[in-house]
Design a protein around this ligand. Structure first.
Ligand code: 5GP
Ligand code: ZN
Length: 116
């Protein structure tokens, strides 16, 4: 997908330190971390949001969650816990229109959910 920054990262057109990669997904650190650990998992293929996943993507989405769990273990944040987050669409606050799973942890996380 043209003009998609996460496609650019997945295709290595933007230099980024890759923390995990397999045939279908990659993981890299968030450029603006909100916690000591803040990693993004993305599919290599362009899918805009969770609203756009199809039946064929079920394994892919499960793999993203599985690999995020594995990364949490590798980074030593699994014992205390962490947050996995998919923002979806406008009300969900999604800024980058290419599915990404946030793995956030390494500190006690607070959250505020209220209408703006
Ligand atoms: P969203 O709000 O869409 O769920 O999250 C987008 C995330 O992508 C944000 O946490 C933001 O900091 C991160 N981000 C945006 N542009 C880049 C980039 O070019 N490189 C990296 N590594 N992260 C990015
Ligand atoms: Zn994309």
């Amino acid at each position: 997908m043209q003009d998609c920054i996460f496609c650019e990262i997945a295709n290595r057109r933007i230099e980024t330190e890759i923390l995990f990669e397999d045939d279908d997904i990659i993981a890299f650190s968030d450029i603006n971390p909100i916690a000591p650990v803040h990693v993004l998992f993305i599919p290599k293929k362009h899918i805009e949001s969770v609203s756009d996943i199809s039946k064929e993507d079920k394994m892919l989405m499960g793999n993203m969650i599985f690999q995020a769990k594995e990364m949490a273990v590798r980074l030593g944040i699994d014992k205390n816990g962490y947050k996995l987050l998919f923002r979806t669409g406008q009300d969900g606050g999604q800024e980058i229109p290419h599915i990404h799973l946030h793995l956030i942890g390494g500190a006690k996380l607070y959250e505020e959910i209220r209408p703006v």
